[in-house]
Design a protein around this ligand. Structure first.
Ligand SMILES: [Zn+2]
Length: 302
């Protein structure tokens, strides 16, 4: 790219992401950003859309507060794709004007804006929930995954709910906490609802959820997993060196990709970006992005 990146390695939060979305839409007018819903604390959950094709793909990031680097990676991807579309130059060998002609892409870079604010700036950002967030470990570095009500968004989707509840009880998780509480009932949280409503109104051919960390790709959930999913995951793995894997324990139910596969019977993927301890440091941004870039592009084109 000959222009300076808008998405620089930096600690991000709701304000930064909102600004970046505005800047991306200003620089690349074929992008549009619209709220697809609201967080518990009333922050917008934005979707950035490109294209009018009938093959639709959703990529979403930052389900978990401490995984805010995934939002930045998602936005850098948007930016590089925007630049490739603007110039007509290839990106990773792909002519994206041609490759994306039949596609519509929706990125939701910040699924859990309140959780990211808590993870980055502490419990005092949680408004009416500040005290309960503080008591639940909201100020312990590297702990906060949940939303402002202490519900883990990626355990709040309606997939394997009874098994998930059982597993939570066995681990002593029975109420609001920093991570892994699925909430009082499935889809109790507005952030979950935002994605569910989006997927129920836009017929996505597949969805990709970005998490960190582990350099792994999850593709399977239950008997309705489409046969093509394994091959698609294998291709993403082949271009990146990531590993195709299956989650276990509490991560085995209630996730976005689980719900999407079970409800819509189309491929859904979780990509665990990077390797290390969450929150992955900003200094690791470039190396994580470079290693994952072809995977992320292929995930939109496949
Ligand atoms: Zn995660």
């Amino acid at each position: 790219m000959c222009v300076a990146y808008l998405t620089q390695p930096q600690a991000i939060d709701y304000g930064t992401v909102s600004q970046l979305l505005n800047s991306l839409c200003a620089r690349y007018p074929f992008f549009s950003a619209v709220p697809i819903g609201c967080s518990v604390l009333g922050r917008s959950v934005y979707g950035l859309t490109f294209g009018k094709g009938e093959e639709r793909v959703l990529m979403a990031a930052a389900f978990h507060g401490q995984e805010w680097l995934t939002a930045l990676i998602c936005l850098r991807l948007c930016e590089e794709i925007g630049e490739a579309l603007r110039t007509g130059l290839p990106l990773s060998g792909w002519n994206l004007r041609r490759a994306l002609r039949d596609r519509q892409i929706v990125w939701v870079p910040l699924v859990n804006p309140d959780g990211v604010e808590i993870a980055v700036h502490g419990s005092e950002t949680a408004g009416d929930y500040a005290e309960s967030v503080r008591r639940s470990g909201g100020d312990v570095h590297g702990q906060w995954q949940a939303n402002a009500r202490g519900v883990d968004i990626n355990h709040n989707f309606n997939a394997g709910w009874n098994e998930l509840q059982q597993a939570e009880r066995e681990k002593g998780i029975i109420g609001p906490c920093a991570r892994q509480w699925g909430g009082p009932y499935p889809m109790s949280e507005p952030e979950t609802e935002a994605l569910v409503n989006l997927c129920n109104s836009v017929p996505f051919r597949h969805v990709v959820a970005l998490h960190s960390q582990g350099e792994e790709i999850y593709w399977h959930y239950g008997e309705h997993t489409p046969p093509a999913s394994r091959l698609m995951a294998s291709v993403m793995a082949a271009v990146s060196g990531y590993t195709v894997a299956a989650p276990s324990g509490l991560a085995a139910h209630g996730g976005f990709k689980d719900w999407f596969i079970e409800t819509h019977r189309k491929p859904g993927f979780t990509v665990e970006l990077g390797k290390g301890t969450n929150p992955l440091p900003v200094t690791a941004f470039d190396s994580i992005y470079q290693k994952a870039r072809d995977l992320l592009i292929v995930a939109l084109l496949i």
